[in-house]
Each structure stands twice: as C-alpha cells, then as structure tokens.
Design a protein around this ligand. Structure first.
Ligand code: NAD
Ligand code: UDP
Length: 312
C-alpha cells in the first residue's frame, strides 16, 4: 500500500483525486488550508480508515512520511487567485519549495499541478509543450501564471540538481461536480446563472475559446502520469482538445438546463487569453490517454450536481 499526500486535497480536483486514490487502495493524506477547498468535498471520505485530513498551509514546512506527493494546493479561479495575489505567489513558490524539500528528504515522487496559463495568451495554436508562452509578467493574472511558471522552474532544478523523481502536468480548463457555484470560472458561472434564472455573463464578445475537460478524464491522466517511470518528467499537457467559444458553451448550458436566462455582455478582464487548446500528442503516446467524456455528457453530470447541491 502506498501512502500518498494530496495538497489542495479538499478542493475541486483534489477531492476527486483523493477519492480515486482511496478506491485504488492507497493510504491518502489530504492537506488543505480551506481557502477555496471545503470539508464537505471530502466529508464522505472521513470514515475511511485509510484517509486523513490535515489543515495546513503549504507555505509552512511540514514533516510527513509519504511515498508520493500530488501538489495541487493553489486557488485556480481568477477571482480567487486575484483576491490575495501575494499569497497566491507564495503558495506556488514557497509551497513548491516546501513540497520539493519534503520529496527530497523522503526520495518521494512528486507531481506538480501546473497549468495551461503558463502559455499565457498563446501565439501558437494548439499549444504544444515546447512552446514557451506569452505571459504578461506584471498583470493581474501574473501572480498565478508566473507563480506556476516559477514552480515549474523549481521542479526542474530539483530534478537536475537533486535527481528528484518529478512530474509536471499542465492542466487545461477542467470542470465537473464539486466546483463551487461562486467559483467565478465560466462553467460554474453559466450553470449557476442558468439554473437560477439569472443573466448569463459573457465577458467580451464571447468569441474567445477554451477546451473543457471533464474531471474524471483528468484524474485518469494525473494518476497515469504519476505511474510513469523515473526520468519521464513532462511537462505534459492534459486536457480535452475539443475547443469551444464561450458563446457555444452558453448555448449548450441553456439547452441542457432548458433555462430562459438571457445573455448579457460584460467587459473582458485584462489579459484574458483569446484561445486555448491542448496538443495532447505526448499524453496519447506516453500514457495511452485521451479524454472520453464529451462536453455535452460532462455538462449533464455537472448540471445534475449543481441542481442537487443548490436544492440542499
Ligand atoms: P480549487 O481552488 O478547488 O482547489 C485548490 C485547493 O488548494 C483548495 O482546496 C484550496 O483550499 C487549497 N489551497 C490553496 N492555497 C493553499 C495553501 N496555501 N495551502 C494549502 N492548501 C491551499 O481548484 P482546482 O480546480 O481543484 O485546482 C487544483 C490545482 O489544479 C491547482 O493547483 C490549479 O492551479 C490546478 N489547475 C486546475 C485547473 C482547472 O481547470 N480546474 C486548470 C489548471 C490547473
Ligand atoms: N468568462 C465568461 N463569463 C463568466 C466567466 C468567465 O465569459 O462568467 C470567460 C472568461 O473571460 C474566459 C473564459 O470564460 O475567457 C474562461 O474563464 P475561466 O475563468 O473559467 O478560466 P480561464 O480564463 O482561467 O481559462
């Protein structure tokens, strides 16, 4: 039985990851400071003897004994990571150093949840892992983008300098049950607005694109990547290459929810990337991984979850 640490484990992705790792008969330590994560995301796991929940902030060092670390701690939604930008950078950089230090002491494998945001507003499309990105270093998204870029640098320096077994994954927009309805990200906003008969807020013209991956697919990819051999470091894109405009997403949500909500147009936030789609050739070849859940199917499941949680 492996003992696995998941930082940010009570957040959206982290809670699904903890659940899957427990189902695969691992011992799981979920570490979270509950900034955006919620205890209720992992409440159903608390009675499992192989599960442990720790309130801790990754910017402080911690001593634990584990075989693997998934480092997911970091707010992911623009409204949350911009709430306290200095803390966001500290979380990526100091949190990264603390987790890498822990991995070094234990000779544990460590995976970093990086992001498609390292490509910024990309000038090549779709994005391949060898693209260095187009990131504004001083804008309102920079605390997240540059924090994650610095974390990638740290991971590769620990790999080169200390021969650590690192895995760096660049996650593209992922959605599903357990996203917060007040999370501010587009999928949760549109679903919440449609279900509560509020206007659907389209930022800009709505012609900007994103590629949305359903959470179960993403978790398969994360675990598959963690299980690759030492020296296969990534960076590796994980995401669904099907690309949609925000207008198309809004249409789909309205159709599935049968909502009468109207579209309203609001200003586009600064530095909002115009297009985003992962090239997943590497993941296909190396992990034999590709997403299985279409946007329509994933939205249906997510909308069911939101309906249930909003009625409680
Ligand atoms: P989330 O906000 O639901 O989860 C982040 C978790 O980290 C929360 O539980 C939060 O409380 C915790 N956290 C934040 N700061 C912390 C700190 N200093 N110490 C301890 N815990 C802390 O977001 P998510 O969508 O689940 O994202 C998880 C990870 O995946 C993040 O690192 C994010 O950058 C990355 N990612 C997510 C997406 C996506 O589309 N969901 C895309 C790219 C990258
Ligand atoms: N967006 C939108 N309406 C919303 C929330 C977001 O039109 O209510 C747009 C946003 O401007 C961006 C896209 O949807 O172009 C994805 O935004 P999100 O915050 O989900 O993710 P990110 O920009 O980090 O990819």
């Amino acid at each position: 039985m492996k003992r696995i640490l998941v930082t940010g484990g009570s957040g959206f992705l982290g809670s699904h990851l903890c659940e899957r790792l427990l189902n695969e008969k691992n011992d799981v330590i979920c570490l979270d400071n509950f900034f955006t994560g919620r205890r209720q995301n992992v409440a159903h796991l608390l009675s499992n003897p192989n599960f442990e929940l720790l309130r801790h902030d990754v910017i402080e060092p911690i001593l634990l004994e584990v075989d693997e670390i998934y480092n997911l701690a970091c707010p992911a939604s623009p409204i949350h990571y911009q709430f306290n930008p200095v803390k966001t950078i500290k979380t990526s950089v100091m949190g990264g150093i603390n987790m890498l230090g822990l991995a070094k002491r234990l000779r544990a494998k460590i995976l970093q949840a990086s992001t498609s945001e390292v490509y910024g507003d990309p000038s090549i499309h779709p994005q391949t892992e060898d693209y260095w990105g187009n990131v504004n270093p001083i804008g309102i998204r920079s605390c997240y983008d540059e924090g994650k870029r610095c974390a990638e640098t740290l991971f590769f320096d620990y790999y080169r300098q200390h021969n650590l077994d690192i895995k760096v994954v660049r996650i593209f927009n992922t959605y599903g049950p357990r996203m917060r309805h007040d999370d501010g990200r587009v999928v949760s906003n549109f679903i919440f607005q449609a279900l509560s008969n509020q206007d659907i807020t389209i930022y800009g013209t709505g012609e900007q694109t994103r590629s949305f991956c359903y959470v179960d697919d993403l978790i398969d990819g994360l675990i598959g990547f963690m299980n690759t051999e030492k020296g296969f470091t990534g960076p590796m894109n994980l995401g669904n290459p099907q690309e949609f405009t925000m207008l198309e997403l809004a249409e789909k949500v309205l159709k599935i929810t049968k909502s009468k909500s109207k579209l309203i147009f609001e200003p586009l936030p600064a530095d909002d990337p115009k297009q985003r789609r992962p090239d997943i050739t590497k993941a296909k070849q190396k992990l034999n991984w590709e997403p299985k859940v279409t946007l329509e199917e994933g939205l249906i499941k997510t909308i069911e979850y939101f309906k249930k949680s909003l009625s409680q």
